[in-house]
Design a protein around this ligand. Sequence first.
Ligand SMILES: [Fe+2]
Ligand SMILES: [Fe+2]
Length: 339
Amino acid sequence: MISCPVRFARILLVGSASQTQPTEALLKCEGTWEYFGPFSIAEAMQHLRSGMDPDALLIVPGPEMTGYLALAREIKFGHAPGRIAVIFLLNAELVDGRAAAYQAGANDVIQLPVSRDELVLRLLNAVRAKRATDSLENATVVITSLAKAIEGRDAYTCGHVERVATYAVEIGKRVGLGEDDLAALQTGALVHDIGKIIIPDHVLNKPGPLTDEERANMKRHPVIGHQILQPLHTFQKALPIVRWHHERPNGQGYPDGLAGEALPLLPRIVSVADFFDAISTDRPYRPALPPESCRQVLSEAAEKGDLDAELVGVLFDIFAAPVLVHAVGTGASDRCDTP
Ligand SMILES: [Fe+2]
Ligand SMILES: [Fe+2]
């Protein structure tokens, strides 16, 4: 018998009792995981909706596949897409449905009959992949929560990173970015100021202007943020945003003084969103600018090459949308983001 390094895997078996019987016998023989079922499609859906969180769903469809494919689609692409591994076991009559099963989001399709060893190995692979994804997502949640907690130390920046993420993703959609880049914008914007963990509270909340030394220290936050996130695979696409969100197209930004095409699109977008939030919300030393003044300051920044002029134009297009107009003046922002 194959040893099972993945302990306490929770398997949910779906199908009619007559269809699932051979598979159930194999699972029983293995004896290393907890399995539930067999359940009908409706029962399985009910258990999942009421919070059951199995590692894998083993689906043994029959006599036809339609409802089972719908169940898989609901799990993989529905309102609350799950990370649950979905494995179809198809008998000889249904084996032509392999492609349909994969299209419905199946992680694996196994032809019946199957040996116990093969079933165990393929199930273990699916459970391992699912748990690896869980770990990555857990890391993302921890880091983004940390970033929000760091921002929360600054009494003047309440909600800053969420607003920057909203604006950045909206700009990204308007310039036609794909899902991956939009996801990077969302994550990168949420963690862009994580390097401020090194800034003492009294400096973050200082009502007057910063000393040269304090400002120099504050300007280290993009590099510190980059160093914090660099080892984490899941933040790789967000790294340029974290490091370069204070760079300027005219080369006058920091920390690397990138200019022109050397400054990638995603940090350019976040820099416009960050700047807009900084001027449209209260700061320790001045109140939020009204919308017309925001427009003027943004135009001047675009003319000087402090911001990407095209992206500022896109922001102006969005500006007319009620959701962003209402966002103006709702909080405060990053004291080192604006002139
Ligand atoms: Fe920043
Ligand atoms: Fe910021």
